[in-house]
Write a protein that binds this ligand. Structure first.
Ligand SMILES: [Zn+2]
Length: 81
């Protein structure tokens, strides 16, 4: 695997830094050189795959509750016949 290199100072170490850019209401993460601070990449502040996984779990809970409601409605309908 090739070693990552800062394009400005040729340092090999990078760090994540939380940033709130002006005119932007969301935090983002900069991937920057630990030596000179040159930004070589950006990432969302929130880890999207984690958020998607959390949403998936919530959707599964809602689906289960909807199935319970459908079941109860079915019982009510059968009682009316
Ligand atoms: Zn650098």
């Amino acid at each position: 695997m090739a070693l990552s290199v800062c394009p400005k100072c040729e340092n090999h170490n990078f760090e994540m830094v939380e940033v709130e850019p002006e005119n932007w209401r969301f935090k983002i993460m900069f991937v920057q050189c630990t030596s000179c601070g040159t930004v070589v990449g950006t990432m969302d502040y929130f880890n999207l795959s984690t958020l998607i996984h959390e949403l998936e779990e919530k959707v599964e809970i809602i689906e289960t509750k909807l199935e319970d409601i459908e079941y109860e409605i079915g019982k009510i309908k059968n009682n009316k016949k």
